[in-house]
Design a protein around this ligand. Structure first.
Ligand code: NAD
Ligand code: DAU
Length: 365
């Protein structure tokens, strides 16, 4: 039986990881530590918290004493760090908080485990740090995909902060013997993703009849990984004995942004054709107004310093037994349906009501 501390467990990937781990490893103890920034939403794990299958603790990863005492109190043996500022555009607007949370926060967590894990645990300890393929920078059209030995060349304040964190994690493993692993994964998509990221923004804007912004020419290429596949990859890595190792995790589905957006538009239109009630539920949407969703696509000013292409070589993690199982077309269709079925989740975010709801919930916890 493992005892996990999941930092950032109220965010997109962290929440999916909680649902995944609870289903696959029902005997394990799960504790979530999350500061509930704008990106954290307790509603994403509410059913797990209410049924006491997850303990939620409201707190900041930068608070090392608090983290160390939580690790001791809960006898945590595995820490999976998802907590971060994660949106590239926000890092361009305001880099400061990215440096604080992503660099200083990761450092505080490492110090906390160093002080709390002084006695060896029976099954061993693990500090797993969730990082990104963006640390490797941008690829040219003919470059081979990123491997674990590709030199770091981050281009945005976000990716630079993630790269710095990776280096600190590695240094703690090398210098103090902290049992660390890192995964660098590509663009995730799926349930519970905050509608500032391309895919959920696109779905929500279509349903609200708002323009769908395409940065620049829209020919930037990303490798799309379904979040459930990502959770399985982390599980494989946690089970592997590999302290000091890093793994790249990709979805094996590289597409230009504009193709992804077109696919989402077409999938929404298809849902509207098959389900007549959608027109009355979403009267402002393009299909309810008799127009194709693609008519909402609008080229806008490009992101400054926009990375052109990422691609991930997943052969190392494949040797642990992980390969992505969600074909992109099926994953996109399921994601569109999830947003149609979970309107109250994203409406709470769009209206801002989720902030008050979360504040009331954690005040009670
Ligand atoms: P997210 O922005 O949806 O969630 C981040 C979570 O961290 C939120 O719940 C937030 O409240 C919490 N948090 C932020 N600052 C905190 C602090 N100081 N203390 C405690 N909690 C704090 O992010 P995500 O998309 O779920 O990404 C999770 C991790 O995966 C991040 O480290 C990100 O860099 C990495 N990653 C994400 C993707 C992706 O496509 N989303 C891809 C590669 C890597
Ligand atoms: O590659 C992994 C990274 O993927 C993670 O480390 C980040 O945390 C995560 O946010 C994501 O970064 P991106 O910048 O790739 O994701 P985003 O959804 O913001 O944008 C995806 C692509 O779509 C990117 O090329 C920018 C473009 N885009 C984005 C938005 C929000 C648009 O064209 N229009 C938009 O409105």
């Amino acid at each position: 039986m493992k005892r996990l501390l999941i930092t950032g467990g109220a965010g997109f990937i962290g929440a999916n990881f909680c649902h995944y781990w609870r289903a696959v490893h029902p005997a394990d103890r799960l504790v979530v530590l999350d500061a509930l920034t704008y990106a954290g939403n307790l509603a994403s794990i509410d059913e797990l918290v209410q049924s006491q299958r997850v303990r939620f603790v409201h707190g900041d990863i930068c608070d090392r004493e608090r983290v160390a005492s939580l690790i001791r109190e809960e006898r945590i043996d595995t820490l999976v760090n998802f907590a971060a500022e994660s949106h590239v555009d926000r890092s361009i607007e305001d880099p400061q908080r990215f440096l604080r949370t992503n660099i200083m926060g990761t450092h505080a967590l490492l110090d906390a485990v160093r002080s709390a894990w002084s006695q060896p645990a029976e099954g061993g300890f693990r500090f797993h740090h969730v990082s990104t393929d963006e640390v490797y920078g941008s690829l040219g059209p003919a470059d081979p995909p990123f491997t674990e030995t590709t030199p770091y060349a981050p281009n945005s304040p976000y990716s630079a902060s993630k790269a710095a964190a990776d280096h600190i994690v590695r240094a703690y493993g090398h210098t103090y013997g902290t049992p660390c692993t890192i995964s660098n994964c590509s663009n995730n998509y799926g349930p519970y993703q905050f509608p500032e990221k391309l895919l959920p923004l696109c779905i929500v804007n279509i349903l609200e009849g708002r323009p769908v912004p395409i940065y620049g020419d829209g020919l930037q290429i990303r490798d799309w990984l379904h979040v459930h596949d990502h959770c399985r990859a982390i599980d494989c890595i946690l089970r592997a004995s590999g302290a000091g190792e890093t793994w790249n995790v990709g979805g094996g589905s590289s597409e230009p942004n504009i193709r992804i957006v077109e696919s989402v538009c077409d999938l929404v239109d298809e849902e509207f054709r098959e389900r007549v009630e959608l027109k009355s539920r979403f009267p402002r949407s393009a299909p309810a107004q008799g127009r194709p969703s693609r008519s909402l696509m609008q080229h806008v000013r490009d992101r400054p310093g926009h990375d052109r292409r990422y691609a991930v070589d997943g052969s190392k993690v494949a040797r642990l037994g992980f390969t992505p199982q969600t074909p992109l077309a099926a994953g996109l269709a399921a994601t569109v349906r999830w947003y149609l079925e979970n309107e109250s989740w994203w409406r709470g975010i769009v209206s801002g009501a989720y902030r008050d709801w979360c504040a009331r919930e954690y005040a009670a916890s």
